[in-house]
Design a protein around this ligand. Structure first.
Ligand code: HEM
Ligand code: HEM
Length: 181
């Protein structure tokens, strides 16, 4: 069990998910530049949906790896900051697993097919305009909170590194020297 540092696979998936989330948000922002119904606008949505599904797969794998190898524990007393850090991590796990499901639900409830590369996902939801509206609004609202949550999370990591001068960021970069101490 790695309890002083993250397993290399946890580190790999952390940064892979970071890139996928950045890509998914960038293309959905780009979508706004094109007129409704146009081909590039639809392409942006398709790429966003695909990246969102890849995020879901990566998060499931990441959660499994975390369950097997665990996460580092810090010595010392439990502080409010540490509790908030942990709460933020679990909130991010929760949102990155549920947002893709909400995306799938609102598209299928709107009568649209959802593709994962060339595979069309089975229709699990019957067309239902009010369900579509609710899940679309929820997806958009929670999707937008990701900007804020990731911003706070990244600032917390920089705070640990530059102000508290501890190992938190280095261990997520696989540069921790804890094992040699
Ligand atoms: C963790 C993954 C995801 C995140 C963080 C995310 C986030 C977002 C955000 C921020 C928006 C823009 C909201 C707005 O316009 O204010 C959005 C829109 C959208 N999302 Fe996602 N999403 C994710 C996964 C998915 C998946 C898997 C699908 C489809 C299978 C999907 C389908 C859509 C669609 C179609 C829109 C555009 C809605 C419209 O304006 O017509 N999303 N998403
Ligand atoms: C889409 C962007 C991001 C997401 C979704 C995300 C998500 C997460 C999650 C869920 C954890 C907990 C890992 C675990 O215990 O299994 C974590 C840890 C961590 N993240 Fe991020 N992260 C993102 C971006 C960033 C960025 C940009 C930085 C650095 C500036 C960063 C630095 C860290 C650090 C240092 C840890 C380890 C914290 C600790 O061990 O207490 N993350 N991240």
């Amino acid at each position: 069990m790695y309890n002083k540092r993250y397993h290399p696979l946890s580190i790999f998936f952390h940064w892979l998910v970071f890139l996928l989330v950045a890509g998914a948000l960038a293309v959905i922002e780009l979508k706004g530049q094109f007129v409704k119904g146009s081909e590039p606008r639809e392409l942006c949505k398709t790429i966003h949906g695909l990246l969102g599904q890849l995020i879901f797969v990566a998060m499931v794998l990441r959660l499994g790896i975390r369950m097997i190898y665990g996460a580092p524990t810090q010595p010392g007393t439990i502080s409010l900051f540490r509790v908030l850090d942990k709460a933020m991590h679990w909130l991010l796990y929760f949102l990155l697993l549920t947002l893709p499901i909400m995306g799938l639900v609102f598209l299928q409830a709107g009568g649209k097919d959802v593709h994962f590369f060339s595979w069309t996902l089975p229709q699990m939801i019957n067309p239902d305009p009010s369900l579509k509206k609710t899940f679309k609004e929820l997806h958009e609202w929670l999707g937008n909170t990701i900007y804020f949550l990731v911003g706070v999370h990244a600032l917390a990591a920089l705070w640990h590194h530059y102000i508290l001068k501890n190992d938190t960021l280095r261990r997520m970069l696989n540069k921790s020297d804890l094992e040699t101490k």
